[in-house]
Write a protein that binds this ligand. Structure first.
Ligand code: PHB
Length: 284
């Protein structure tokens, strides 16, 4: 890619512009984007104009800019995240309808927990998670699950700190975090009472692929002193069900457009029975 006089490639500048958008900062002016991206005003206006032209950003009548649907469409299309999210959604809906609290799915991404989906109900407890938002690995239940089963190099990098406090109970000491990660591996789940915000407890379980590798964390956020066992049971059943859907090799979305002839005879699909356990059904 051609470089600017400052040595930035076109890709660098595009990325810096796009990265000024966050889960909580979704609308900005071109000048604000330029300032936050560290770009000269004229460059920012030109890059933003080009991105608007391409549909990757959208500009409203007040000249405010937001991420465009075209960017969402391209980014979502056949990504790993889409497949996982589609495999997880039915089980997540079941957890959410039974626990009546936020239910969320996260993956490990660049040393943080990145949230792919969050289901909520209006009267659910406080929750700072956003879809396409991130939380620190050491300070959230999903993050602890992802970290506990991650490569040792990543664990050591996070343990080396810093481990900033998000709330009063956040683990900020490396030895204590090491013990907590061992506990998560032993129990196969993480409970994070007040780690990221004082009033809430996160409870998370690992989601595994066919090879047994942890590929995601499924969690609920409940009030700080709520019982842990009932949501944990739901989470475990849901994680098993997601595993089975992934294992069957086809996620629901991939079946959607399929005609009968597309679906191989005897192909197994998965469904939840009343207890949340996975049942296999043979397609006729
Ligand atoms: C957690 O997963 O530990 C968690 C996440 C978001 C919250 C509270 C807890 O708001």
């Amino acid at each position: 890619m051609a470089n600017s006089p400052s040595g930035d490639s076109v890709t660098d500048r595009l990325l810096r512009v796009l990265e000024t958008f966050t889960p909580t900062r979704t609308v900005q002016t071109a000048s604000e984007i330029g300032r936050r991206a560290g770009l000269p005003s004229s460059t920012a206006h030109r890059v933003v104009g080009e991105l608007v032209e391409a549909g990757l950003l959208e500009r409203d009548d007040d000249r405010h800019v937001r991420v465009g649907m075209r960017l969402w469409e391209l980014a979502t299309r056949s990504s790993r995240a889409l497949r996982l999210r589609q495999a997880a959604l039915p089980a997540m809906e079941r957890v959410q309808s039974r626990v009546h609290e936020h239910t969320q799915l996260a993956i490990l991404e660049q040393d943080e927990a990145l949230f792919l989906e969050r289901l909520s109900s209006p009267d659910a407890t406080s929750n700072i998670t956003r879809v396409a938002g991130r939380l620190p690995l050491h300070a959230s239940s999903s993050g602890l699950v992802l970290l506990a089963f991650a490569e040792p190099e990543l664990q050591e990098r996070i343990l080396a700190g810093p481990l900033p406090a998000s709330a009063r109970a956040t683990i900020t000491d490396a030895a204590a975090l090491r013990r907590k990660l061992a506990e998560v591996r032993r129990l196969d789940h993480a409970v994070a009472p007040g780690y990221i915000e004082d009033v809430a407890t996160g409870i998370a379980v690992p989601v595994r692929d066919d090879a047994g590798t942890v590929i995601a964390a499924l969690s609920v956020v409940v009030p700080r002193d709520a019982p842990v066992e009932p949501p944990l049971r739901e989470l475990r059943a849901a994680a098993r069900s997601i595993h089975a859907v992934l294992r069957a090799g086809k996620t629901p979305i991939e079946w959607e457009g399929a005609t009968r002839a597309d679906v191989p005879l005897g192909t197994m699909t998965t469904a939840l029975d009343d207890e949340g356990a996975t049942q296999s059904k043979e397609t006729p």
